[in-house]
Design a protein around this ligand. Sequence first.
Ligand code: NCD
Length: 294
Amino acid sequence: MDLISIDDLKDEQLDWLMAAADAYFVRNRNGAEVEPRLHGKSIITAFFEDSTRTLMSFEVAARRLGGQVTRLPVERSSMTKGESLKDTIWTLQAMSPSAFVIRHNEDGAVARIAGWTDVPVINGGDGAGQHPTQGLLDVATIRHKLGRIEGLKVAICGDIRHSRVANSTAALLKRMGAEVRLAGPAALMPAGHDGPDRIDEAIEHADVVMMLRIQRERLEAELNDAPGEYLARYGLTEDRVKRAAPQVLVMHPGPMNRGVEIADSVADGPRSIIRTQVEMGVAMRMAVLQLVTG
Ligand code: NCD
């Protein structure tokens, strides 16, 4: 199977992933040994866009389950000699991998790649499209902390327009019964949306607040924000956190722009579970690799 978007998952698969990731999370934290369920499997990672968390956690996850990982060094590959993406994938496919994990800066590119190969493809993020494993790990992290998703009020704030994280995480949260509130500056909201930015309203009594990075590399026009202006108007400051539920969970998929969408003291504060998201990222990718390689 391919995992291009959350919609590729049936309800039973989703339930299995949530339970398996939770079990791996606990075992990883305790340093417990895990069964080599990917023994004999080889995973190829090909990231045509930069990454720290997603790339490293997939590779750590595969190795922790006894799989072999080979990374395509994109900037040293024959693509610099003009080889096409399609020929690159055909070449890698001839090496008989058990799965590909692919990130690309164009919307829809990973789905296109999946159409060229019979090898299972996992989407590690495509442009402003989808990022299914981020959606899965975000929801699993909330579920791990609060024991449920149904009925929770979740605010996702910032650069919604360019965020594949917002697309995948919001879709999965809604599917599992949460109330999702999206808010951001008008210029960073999806096309067709205008009107007030409603950051403060979105955060009001929220059980979870997830902040997103301004993806300046995907902006059509400069924001021209003065230093400190974004944080004051739209960022998660200690004052804004007080609007949320007292036990609010503060999340961020990373990488953070500290002092822009989130204040340092909030990112490092007692309500932040940003590092727990990273831990769950490894656990969820262990579960996803196992599901996809059958
Ligand atoms: C995000 C991404 O690459 O989509 N990060 C991640 O995968 N954890 C968000 C971002 O780049 O801002």
